[in-house]
Design a protein around this ligand. Structure first.
Ligand code: DGY
Length: 431
């Protein structure tokens, strides 16, 4: 008996599904999933949300638990921190003592792109057990609204329509070249420290010390000011309108309104969310550069656009923030961008001088970002672009497995191995 190509593909897919599920189970620390052991031994905000998308394909209750445990670390002011330090670990730096927050669940004092609302909507829409999922959304809904209102009130107190980020770690795209100029204006810490990430991953795939020195200055700055939002808003030496956060927040806010409607939830705060959605829609074009015909981030302190093409600009399509003309332009740019490397979509355009194909957010491909970008293009009718992203991501996991990120030139897996959100996106989107 001969095995045909389709059968081989089905066998490979079955093996990948099994491996992806095993990866999540192995990274499960009891209610929350670490991104990968050693390198990231705690619960990360957007990692957990994306990871829940993977869990839902084989264990819906466990997927909802991931989100519940994430919200268990929510601050009284509504913020959901970027890392929750549920238990001690010596394999990561900087840990809870450096961050210095005194909350019940130890945490960092910044947040991360709020993709959790979009994930919750997806989990409800696709639930096998609708009654269970409905109950879960209802119980988490008020906290979710608090989280989005925190972004708007604390990070856009002047109602500009564009929230600010205080730290590159908040963007999740830590060493993106988009932050270079803004970060360069931040002083360096004046104390010595030992990085732990370099004990797990080749330094050529990680941020430089010059970036860590400034990352840590900002951590100290928040602690020194006792996390006082007014002081930090007025004095933080790093303030950026990150088009990635803005887009993910915007899409999430629209998903919150949709969830509220589906479940018949009456909550006056939803009107505030609707007003903020309108404000962002009226402000987004200030990030559009007519010369480059692209959405950039902005250094708020110097009021200059961060003129480097990163994939974050493509998230405006996912958010529904790009107008008809901009969508066409972005689709053409995506095609050209995708042709510029063997696999797509590189997190920094391969023709940018600061593009580095294996250094973390300066070029490598991240599957969860591609998933959001592809969802955006697909919803707008640009199926070919969405298919290209999906096919390339599938080729990457076929070739290299579930790495943290991938080299767009060679497809080589980089960063952490057996990575939760890559396995989750594989389960959710690719397999
Ligand atoms: C790290 O430590 O590299 C993380 O990306 C911070 O969130």
């Amino acid at each position: 008996m001969t095995t045909n190509v389709n059968q081989v593909h089905a066998l490979e897919t079955a093996a990948l599904i099994k491996k992806a599920q095993e990866t999540l189970v192995a990274n499960d620390l009891g209610g929350y999933t670490v991104p990968t052991h050693g390198l990231y031994p705690f619960q990360w905000n957007w990692d957990s949300a994306i990871t829940a998308l993977g869990w839902k394909h084989f264990d819906e209750p466990r997927a909802w638990q991931e989100i519940e445990v994430l919200f268990d670390g929510q601050w009284d002011n509504g913020m959901v921190p970027h890392i929750l330090f549920h238990q001690d670990s010596t394999t990561y730096f900087p840990g809870p003592d450096i961050w210095g927050s005194d909350k019940r669940v130890k945490s960092t004092s910044i947040s991360q792109p709020p993709v959790v609302a979009t994930v919750m909507k997806d989990m409800l829409d696709s639930a096998d057990d609708k009654a269970f999922a409905t109950e879960k959304v209802k119980s988490l809904f008020s906290s979710l609204v608090d989280y989005h209102l925190w972004w708007y009130k604390e990070r856009d107190p002047l109602n500009t329509g564009l929230v600010v980020s205080y730290h590159p770690w908040e963007s999740g795209m830590d060493n993106s070249p988009a932050w270079d100029e803004a970060l360069n204006d931040v002083p360096c810490v004046d104390w010595e420290y030992e990085r732990r990430d370099l004990g797990h991953v080749n330094s050529a795939q990680r941020p430089h010390k010059s970036e860590y020195d400034r990352f840590l200055f900002l951590v100290d700055f928040f602690k020194k000011h006792k996390f006082d939002s007014e002081i930090i808003f007025n004095e933080c030496p790093y303030k950026v309108n990150d088009v990635g956060i803005i887009s993910i927040l915007h899409r999430g806010s629209k998903d919150i309104l949709a969830l509220g409607e589906t479940l018949g939830i009456e909550d006056a705060r939803l009107d505030v969310i609707a007003q903020r959605i309108a404000l962002t829609e009226s402000a987004i074009n200030t990030l559009w550069c007519p010369d480059a015909e692209y959405f950039y981030c902005r250094n708020v302190l110097t009021d200059t656009l961060c003129k480097v093409r990163t994939s974050a600009g493509m998230l405006t399509v996912f958010a529904g923030l790009a107008d008809e003309k901009q969508k066409d332009i972005l689709n053409s740019k995506a095609k050209q961008w995708n042709e510029a490397s063997q696999f797509c979509m590189a997190s920094t355009h391969p023709e940018e001088s600061r593009y580095e194909p294996q250094r973390y957010w300066r070029g490598p491909i991240w599957l969860h970002i591609n998933w959001m970008i592809a969802l955006g293009f697909e919803a707008e009718g640009f199926q070919e672009t969405a298919d290209k992203l999906r096919n390339d991501c599938r080729a990457l996991v076929d070739l290299s497995g579930y790495y943290e990120y991938f080299n767009p030139e060679t497809g080589e897996g980089c960063g952490g191995k057996d990575f939760s959100w890559t396995a989750a996106i594989a389960l959710h989107w690719l397999l």
